[in-house]
Design a protein around this ligand. Structure first.
Ligand code: PDD
Length: 281
């Protein structure tokens, strides 16, 4: 969409300018957040804000983020996204503009705050029912994958590997343990029990992940937050991904191996139906 937010102003995206000395540009020194909006209503905004604040604190950027809710609403309204079924709003905060030097600018400079909003086009139910395919890759990320840093090169390379392989997603594997997707969390079903990697520094603590665990609780589906070895993942009855830009999306093949009977399973379906009902979308 065409109106973006930059440092207190709403501008046409072609008019927005960021300095080449911005530490986001030079060092990928910043934090981002993507929040979904259903018919203009931000979903679980407080959770996204809390994670943004935690990330900013973890990397020492002093920004209260109090204006972020208004910015997100402002972007939805100005881009005509208040009435669309699903949109998402991106905000990133970098450490600001200063001559290149690794240590933080001293004295500190104002952070750069940038945001945009887009419509989300959900796959049709027919396409959803076909499931997706995934591959795996060694996890090359730093050991703070819980921080939603804008430094996403390993995620970019992982997702490009998926594109090159003609599949939809890549699963990060560390020490034989399947952790999460390149841009989403991962769940597997074993004998009716839902499993997902526990919250640690090796995965992003997804807001959608928490939501889906809650939905599973409501539906009486048992959940185990535990390590999933890759060889066990191949033997899962179901595998699916969750995330703001993924919602709930099953995979029926991982590394060329068929998952379960190769069809989308009942747990993913139940959870997605519930997801649609609760979000009113
Ligand atoms: N990605 N894991 C990773 C590595 C992610 O990048 C994301 C989100 C998630 C899911 O988090 P949530 O449910 O809070 O969206 C898990 C965003 C959407 C992105 O990079 O665009």
């Amino acid at each position: 969409m065409s109106v973006v937010y930059l440092n207190g102003e709403y501008l046409h995206r072609d008019e927005a300018r960021v300095s080449v000395n911005d530490r986001g540009f030079v060092f990928a020194d910043g934090i981002y957040e993507v929040t979904p909006a259903y018919s203009g209503r931000l979903f679980r905004f407080e959770h996204h804000l809390a994670r943004l604040r935690k990330g900013l604190a973890a990397i020492g950027i002093d920004y209260g983020a109090g204006a972020i809710e208004d910015v997100k609403h402002g972007l939805l309204a100005r881009n005509g996204l208040d009435d669309v079924p699903v949109a998402y709003v991106y905000v990133q905060v970098t450490r600001g503009v200063a001559p290149r030097s690794h240590a933080f600018p001293d004295p500190p400079v104002p952070p750069t705050v940038y945001g945009f909003a887009n419509q989300y086009h959900r796959a049709s139910m027919d396409v959803w029912e076909q499931g997706t395919k995934a591959i795996t890759t060694g996890d090359q990320r730093w050991a703070r994958a819980d921080i939603k840093a804008i430094a996403l090169l390993p995620n970019v390379l992982a997702q490009q590997a998926a594109v090159d392989a003609g599949v939809s997603n890549t699963i990060f594997v560390r020490d034989g343990i399947a952790l999460e997707g390149s841009h989403n969390n991962m769940f597997a079903v074993f004998g009716g029990v839902l499993a997902t990697a526990p919250k640690s520094n090796y995965i992003l603590h997804g807001v959608t992940r928490d939501f889906v665990i809650e939905l599973a609780g409501e539906l009486g589906i048992p959940v185990e937050e535990r390590a999933i070895p890759l060889d066990e993942l191949y033997r899962a009855d179901e595998v699916f991904f969750t995330g703001t830009t993924t919602e709930v999306r099953p995979a029926v093949e991982v590394d060329g191996k068929t998952i379960g009977d190769g069809k989308v399973g009942p747990v993913a379906r139940q959870l997605f139906e519930r997801f649609l009902a609760v979000t009113g979308s």
